[in-house]
Design a protein around this ligand. Structure first.
Ligand SMILES: *[C@@H]1O[C@H](CO)[C@@H](O)[C@H](O)[C@H]1NC(C)=O
Ligand SMILES: *[C@@H]1O[C@H](CO)[C@@H](O)[C@H](O)[C@H]1NC(C)=O
Ligand SMILES: *[C@@H]1O[C@H](CO)[C@@H](O)[C@H](O)[C@H]1NC(C)=O
Length: 429
């Protein structure tokens, strides 16, 4: 008797919890790919990972709308994939309710240490406050001179290597990361320009260095790779960009760079199509109601304008999908068209686009908006300007696949991080 009761009680509790939980969350009737199409062990997660970066999420978002659920691997509760602008803005704005997923945190800790990318809540606010003086507009302008000097050295190097490039060599390597390695890291820059590292232990400094190498160099280098790929594919864009940057023969100062309109449009277009971090994850730390910019039709026919979630809910936020959704950016959303940023009304008003830098979620948004975005943009632009005024980029016939491996990586012939490119010296006009 006692034995039976001890079995029955947990069962009753389990069923009661299930019923109560169902009321606390709207996930039950959320749209999404059929559970039958999911693998027993991997849920829908393997299918999403197998394709090109974010391709499957983009397809599903087109089919099911900007909020849908998928089956998680290892029998975890269903995951919500959310690209609705209001919902994502809400999630990014509240760093105390929405924290990085437990699946992402150990990986982040391993790769970049327990730094500002890893920290949550109060710890994150504290670290961010200590680091932010290094990333203000003023600080970036101070660093800009050092960066421009490096860019000039790189350009000298190219002239020096003229005879090599003249042969039209194919570079099977990452030109972006190689060039960016010639640049000082944010750590050495900020150590030089101010003393905001006082009182940190060696371990803390090492943690911070790996954060900035990973978050700064790796991502900017990757984005440069894709920029060169796009320029190689479009000689029209490449020539237009070269004409603009060749007008500036002096050092590319911070203010000079800001004046280059077409360079800015090319930069935005590269970061829209090839965000260095293609998706991110969050977990709800308490029950919440998430606002929706676009109402969603549930499987039971109800239309919801906000969505109830319960504590522990995992979210995938497909940044790349949000940047390239044809329902938001138009039918040519997947094409490299820098002109869209310069043509009046070519993109929708900002309240109909995602919330974030230039209406994209490339740097995410809210209190965790990439702390180094100004520096990253400047570095990206200086290097792209320097490279494209001296060199011409030509496509090879290699097929470039893109994979989401925490950061966006080109994959050619099964090799990761390799992007073949043919270079020749550009003629000066
Ligand atoms: C349909 O689903 C919504 C959202 O979970 C819920 O509020 C509503 O009560 C459901 N309607 C029916 C008839 O089950
Ligand atoms: C970096 O510095 C902060 C303080 O600025 C410290 O709390 C943290 O542990 C250090 N590590 C990383 C990676 O940020
Ligand atoms: C460095 O710290 C000292 C004392 O802590 C302060 O007086 C000085 O202004 C700081 N320098 C910079 C560049 O912030």
């Amino acid at each position: 008797m006692f034995f039976a009761a001890s079995l029955a009680l947990p069962l009753v509790w389990f069923i009661a919890r299930f019923i109560v939980n169902r009321k606390r969350s709207d996930i039950r009737y959320a749209p999404g790919p059929s559970a039958k199409s999911a693998s027993w062990i991997w849920g829908h997660e393997l299918e999403a990972f197998r394709g090109q970066a974010l391709e499957v999420y983009s397809k599903w978002m087109y089919t099911y709308g900007p909020l849908f659920k998928i089956n998680a691997a290892f029998f975890h509760n269903d995951i919500i994939v959310v690209g609705d602008h209001a919902a994502v803005q809400h999630i990014f704005a509240d760093i105390f309710t929405y924290m990085k997923g437990p699946s992402l945190r150990p990986i982040t800790a391993n790769i970049v240490g327990k730094g500002v990318l890893w920290a949550e809540g109060e710890d994150h606010v504290f670290q961010r406050r200590l680091l932010s003086p290094a990333f203000t507009l003023e600080s970036v302008k101070k660093m800009a001179d050092v960066i421009s000097e490096c860019a000039e050295k790189v350009q000298c190097l190219f002239t020096w290597l003229e005879w090599k490039f003249d042969q039209g060599k194919t570079f099977a390597g990452f030109l972006g990361p190689v060039v960016i390695r010639a640049f000082p890291s944010i750590v050495s820059l900020s150590l030089k320009s101010q003393n905001n590292t006082a009182g940190l232990s060696t371990a803390q400094i090492i943690d911070n260095i790996s954060t900035f190498i990973m978050a700064g160099h790796e991502t900017t280098g990757g984005a440069l790779n894709f920029a060169l790929m796009e320029l190689a594919r479009s000689s029209r864009v490449q020539q237009k960009l070269r004409r603009e940057v060749q007008q500036f023969r002096d050092a590319l100062s911070y203010d000079a760079i800001q004046k280059l309109e077409y360079l800015d449009a090319v930069t935005k277009e590269v970061l829209r199509l090839h965000p260095s971090v293609p998706h991110t994850e969050r977990v709800a730390m308490r029950d919440d109601i998430i606002p929706l910019a676009t109402p969603i039709r549930m499987r039971n026919g109800t239309v919801l304008t906000s969505f109830k979630v319960q504590k522990g809910q995992v979210f995938h936020i497909p940044l790349m999908t949000m940047n390239t959704n044809p329902k938001v950016w138009g039918e040519d959303a997947g094409e490299f068209q820098p002109e869209r940023w310069l043509t009046p009304n070519a993109i929708r008003p900002s309240n109909e686009l995602p919330h974030g830098w230039s209406n994209m979620v490339t740097f995410t948004d809210g209190p965790r908006l990439c702390i180094g975005y100004r520096l990253a943009l400047f570095e990206f632009k200086v290097i792209l300007a320097t490279l494209s005024r001296s060199l011409e980029f030509h496509s090879t016939d290699a097929t470039v696949n893109r994979k989401d491996i925490l950061t966006l990586q080109p994959v050619v012939d099964g090799k990761c991080g390799v992007l073949p490119l043919r270079l020749t010296l550009a003629s000066h006009t």
